[in-house]
Design a protein around this ligand. Structure first.
Ligand code: AMP
Length: 283
């Protein structure tokens, strides 16, 4: 596996392999099986896999965890290598931002709900960095996890609106044995918080059953029931529990024949956890 830290070398690498099908897996490191599942998918579909590892300051708010975001370079290198990554692109911030950035990519409306409401500017930061990575690496396909369902919707829209010549592929959510979605931020959980955190998955599965088997259709009742279910855990603080259309992320009063997103953001102590479920509802 090649380590690349600068943009010029990354571009040279791409040009040397101009006929190869290139897959890009963007990450912020502290790798787990979720990230590695994206690599596996890319390995199956592409000739060469580039993983970017960059903790993107643009997507963190001033009071968020940029400074304490978990990092483990040696472990990440070993895991990426074992997973079959060909090029690990890990620039530092001065390489990505040699001067003040005056450009910002904003996908309006769908960036302003869910995580975008509580993290203003977050998706501008995501879009701007992803666009830079697409410009530098020029992949045929870029791989994202459904774990960040809103991110996937926003990136899809950006790529479509700006005619970016890259496919966007979404991979399923990888979970721990008890259902907790894998996340680099799970290390913030204390033992007790970790036990209670399984409530996100349980709530999503119970809600899915209520919609599919018991034909629950009124979104306000579903939202309230999700909040009630999560708040049974004494350490949980619900940030949002929403039912929206997907990928348009529009609110609805009643679920009809459509694809919907059940989305949760819940705080447990220092950890902010998100999880979701996408359902195709038949009438
Ligand atoms: P991150 O390093 O958290 O920015 O995540 C990098 C990529 O891995 C994003 O596309 C995430 O959606 C994806 N990802 C993170 N956790 C999971 C998971 N549990 N299952 C699948 N994909 C994931």
């Amino acid at each position: 596996m090649q380590h690349v830290h600068d943009i010029r070398t990354m571009r040279r690498e791409r040009n040397k392999n101009s006929n190869a099908v290139i897959g890009l897996v963007p990450t912020m490191g502290f790798l787990h099986e979720g990230h590695l599942s994206l690599v596996e998918k890319a390995r199956n579909e592409c000739d060469r896999v580039v993983m970017s590892l960059f903790i993107n300051p643009l997507q963190f708010g001033p009071d968020e965890d940029y400074d304490r975001y978990p990092r483990d370079w040696d472990r990440d290198v070993a895991l990426a290598e074992k997973a079959g990554v060909d090029v690990l692109f890990a620039p530092d911030a001065s390489e990505m931002f040699p001067e003040t950035l005056l450009t910002n990519i904003n996908v309006s409306s769908i960036s302003d709900v869910l995580c975008g409401r509580s993290r203003p500017g977050h998706f501008d930061g995501v879009c701007t960095i992803v666009m830079k990575l697409l410009q530098i690496i020029d992949p045929d396909t870029v791989y994202f996890g459904q774990k960040d369902a809103q991110q996937v919707a926003v990136i899809h829209k950006m790529v479509k609106d700006l005619n970016v010549d890259t496919n966007v592929t979404t991979c399923p959510i990888i979970r721990e044995g008890d259902g907790l979605a894998k996340s680099s931020r799970n290390v913030y959980l204390t033992d007790e918080e970790r036990k209670q955190a399984v409530i996100l998955y349980e709530t999503l599965q119970n809600t899915r059953r209520k919609i599919e088997n018991e034909h629950w259709r009124r979104t306000e009742a579903i939202r309230k029931e999700m909040i009630r279910s999560i708040e049974r855990m004494p350490l949980a603080k619900v940030e949002y529990a929403e039912v929206l259309t997907y990928p348009e992320l529009k609110p609805i009063l009643t679920i009809e024949h459509q694809r919907i997103l059940l989305a949760l953001a819940v705080h447990f102590g220092k950890a902010r956890l998100i999880d979701n479920e996408i359902l195709e509802v038949e009438g």
